[in-house]
Design a protein around this ligand. Structure first.
Ligand SMILES: N[C@@H](CCC(=O)N[C@@H](CSC=O)C(=O)NCC(=O)O)C(=O)O
Length: 279
């Protein structure tokens, strides 16, 4: 499990790094970003996973998410994986919403995607092992968050793994891929026509089918162009209400889908995760 350091820079007393390794899950090199706050040598820190949205690499949140000040303040490591396998041999689609940059955090079973698009395996299993081996993380104190397609990833991964993540939040998540064009294209393409197999990749369906989180925080911009057609926050509100789940879902007036929105509320989310991860 060799790790290549792509870059490292000092920031807010800690280190913002970018690293690369050969992934067994995707069969490709994978790049990810990790911020490690200043800490006493030998101590282990809680870790927050940040999953990014369509068209993103590890770099979007690193460049525009403005999380380092808050991670440094709360002593939280933040890991940002890529959103898909990359490389000349990896199949792609003409659209921005499928193929490279759009792995949807699923294990594809359809060809030609199945060989490389194993992002569920990568994010749930392989990358955590790499992080545990190479960084000062306390794997008993993991939280997960994400934006848009990454919000969908955070919700579904946490719902499928009860107890693994002590805290779960999301920014403008795709709450029900089954019910939106982005999700229907992705799940149809990666998983196939059997819609019953889509349910494990749909936060609302997972909740309907009995999965629960002890708590949830979601922020959604009210002026988000994708809200009505793709994100459909009201479906999550309905699902958590019916399930009696403890969820705070905030509609933020005037905010759109961009990183101007994410960076505005990321401090709130990191503080919220820190409270639960350090309890
Ligand atoms: N290019 C597309 C929209 C792509 C887009 O908005 N991507 C979002 C995530 S959308 C859901 O997962 C994003 O995070 N973009 C990266 C960024 O740095 O802003 C279009 O033009 O419609």
């Amino acid at each position: 499990m060799t790790l290549e350091t792509v870059s490292e820079a000092r920031s807010f007393g800690g280190t913002q790094g970018v690293y690369s390794h050969d992934s067994e899950a995707t069969g490709t090199p994978m790049t990810f970003a990790v911020y490690v706050p200043e800490h006493v040598a030998g101590t282990k820190l809680p870790v927050l996973w940040y999953l990014s949205g369509l068209t993103c690499t590890h770099a979007n949140v690193m460049d525009k998410g403005e999380y380092r000040r808050y991670c440094a303040e709360h002593g939280i490591i933040l890991v940002a994986p890529d959103t898909s396998p990359r490389g000349d041999d990896v199949p792609d689609d003409e659209g921005y919403d499928f193929g490279k940059g759009a792995g949807f955090y699923v294990n594809a079973v359809q060809e030609p995607w199945a060989k490389n698009f194993q992002m569920r395996q990568y994010v749930e299993h392989e990358l955590p092992q790499v992080i545990a081996k190479h960084f000062p993380v306390d794997m008993d104190r993991q939280g997960i968050t994400g934006h848009s397609m990454g919000g969908h990833g955070a919700l579904t991964i946490s719902l499928r793994n009860p107890g693994k993540y002590r805290s779960t939040s999301a920014f403008s998540p795709i709450v029900s891929p089954i019910h939106c064009p982005w999700g229907q294209k992705a799940l149809g393409g990666y998983i196939g026509d059997d819609k019953s197999a889509w349910r494990e990749y749909d936060a609302c369906a997972l909740i309907e089918d009995g999965a629960r989180l002890p708590e949830l925080l979601v922020d959604q911009g009210h002026a988000d162009n994708f809200l009505e057609e793709q994100l459909k926050t009201h479906l999550l509100e309905e699902a958590v209400r019916k399930a009696g789940m403890n969820a705070t879902i905030r509609l933020q007036e005037g905010y759109d889908h961009s990183y101007f929105f994410v960076s505005t509320f990321i401090g709130d989310h990191i503080a919220w995760h820190a409270e639960r991860l350090k309890a």
